[in-house]
Design a protein around this ligand. Structure first.
Ligand SMILES: Cc1cc2nc3c(=O)[nH]c(=O)nc-3n(C[C@H](O)[C@H](O)[C@H](O)COP(=O)(O)OP(=O)(O)OC[C@H]3O[C@@H](n4cnc5c(N)ncnc54)[C@H](O)[C@@H]3O)c2cc1C
Length: 381
């Protein structure tokens, strides 16, 4: 680690590594990425790694669609010699009320405008696609074959690999613990391995990002919320697609390895609690065995906890600190940061290098919480 860099990126999750990669790709030299533990030790390595284009707002659907295209070519894009294990088995979104189905149809209109190949399924067609699905109360659903999942460890490593090839330095077990500013501008980062000067700092520290932003006087209305997931023993292929419900708050998929990964979305008080609880384990098993009764015969191998960085409208906050120019925070992904990170990192890198972008990053500014121009998204779990 040198004493001075052009850019310091904080956070070795998918967002930080993708941002460092995209900055380097745009010719920015002298980039340091610091990670307080190891790459993917945060939410990225604990996520369901689902990728879906079936969003209800045009902005999110566009970001997800363009991110999917990047996932589809990630190895080539980053030069990574291994596979990110993308599997496009589709997402089946399940509606349990007529009102929900009406919303799904509105979402489809948005998706079709963008060329996303999602479509409505009747309960009978859903049963054909997922014969194990309990149809009690199901009013319909939608499906998109190009949705799926990728390996979050490999994807982050792909970005890190590509970034390093372009000269980005990655320092793990190095924590940002403070900042220095000069004349209203960021001047450097205090780390557990010493002070480094920086002309630009990009804070991609997920649920910890607001605490870091606070150190330069910036209030980011995002809080960490614990979310748990579990994995079962592997079995022969039973279900090819992700099965998800917003109203019943569950997601479940079978990985290429054969194990099932699943989670539910209970609201919790803000915390950095990474312990698992038997209550959530029991509730997850209850909901999922009711939804997919075939799971009753499977053994749970382990469960784990990670954190969502929740924003008031469940969309990211991307902004520069008012009292520390060139200190940017990129957080607030609210449980869907893996699938949108590739395109969001491009938006951030374009903005920071003064390049044009077809998407307006200013929509993610925190000003929207004052003006009331919230990014309303009807389809979040
Ligand atoms: C159970 C669960 C399931 C999920 N399922 C999905 C899904 O299916 N699809 C999807 O798209 N998203 C999903 N998500 C959300 C997704 O994981 C996150 O939105 C995404 O990984 C955020 O990436 P990130 O890089 O911002 O955060 P992280 O991966 O958390 O990276 C931030 C990093 O910053 C580091 N850091 C923190 N403070 C400091 C500091 N002071 N100095 C240095 N480093 C620091 C942390 O150690 C961490 O590694 C899920 C999340 C959870 C918890």
């Amino acid at each position: 680690m040198k004493k001075s860099y052009e850019v310091v990126v904080i956070g070795g999750g998918i967002v930080g590594t993708a941002t460092a990669f995209e900055l380097a790709k745009r010719g920015v030299k002298d980039i340091l990425l610091i990670e307080k533990r190891f790459l993917t030790s945060g939410a990225t390595g604990r996520c369901g790694a689902g990728i879906r284009q079936q969003w209800g707002s045009e902005l999110n659907a566009t970001i997800a669609l363009e991110s999917t295209h990047l996932f589809e070519h990630m190895e080539e894009y980053t030069g990574y010699p291994r596979s990110i294990e993308l599997h496009q088995g589709g997402y089946l979104l399940v509606a349990y009320t007529d009102k929900e189905m009406i919303q799904f149809r509105k979402n489809l209109e948005v998706q079709h405008k963008l060329g996303i190949d999602a479509y409505e399924l009747t309960p009978k067609e859903m049963k054909e696609k997922v014969p194990y699905l309990n149809m009690d109360g199901v009013t319909g659903g939608t499906f998109c074959q190009a949705d799926g999942h990728a390996n979050p460890f490999q994807t982050t490593q792909a970005y890190a690999y590509g970034a390093k090839k372009m000269g980005v330095e990655i320092e793990t077990f190095c924590e940002a613990v403070g900042f220095r500013t000069e004349g209203g501008k960021i001047a450097g980062v205090e780390t557990t391995k010493g002070y480094v000067e920086a002309k630009l700092v990009v804070n991609c520290a997920n649920g910890w990002a607001p605490e870091l932003a606070k150190m330069v006087g910036e209030d980011i209305p995002v809080y960490p919320e614990r979310h748990q997931a579990l994995v079962t023993e592997p079995v022969a292929p039973l279900i090819d697609c992700m099965v998800m419900s917003f109203s019943h708050n569950y997601y479940c998929q079978q990985t290429p390895h054969g194990s099932f990964v699943m989670g539910i979305g209970p609201k919790e008080a803000p915390s950095h609690n990474f312990n698992t609880s038997w209550q959530v384990l029991e509730a997850t098993c209850g909901i999922m065995c009711e939804t997919l009764p075939v799971l009753r015969n499977l053994r749970v191998v382990r469960s784990w906890a990670g954190q969502y960085d929740m924003s008031p409208d469940a969309n990211p906050v991307i902004d520069e600190a008012a009292e520390a120019a060139n200190f940017w925070t990129v957080c607030g992904f609210s449980g869907h940061g893996f699938m949108v990170a590739p395109r969001v990192a491009i938006m951030v890198a374009n903005r920071l290098t003064g390049q044009e972008d077809s998407l307006d990053i200013r929509k993610f500014s925190k000003k929207r919480f004052e003006t009331g121009e919230l990014l309303i998204e009807p389809s979040v779990v």
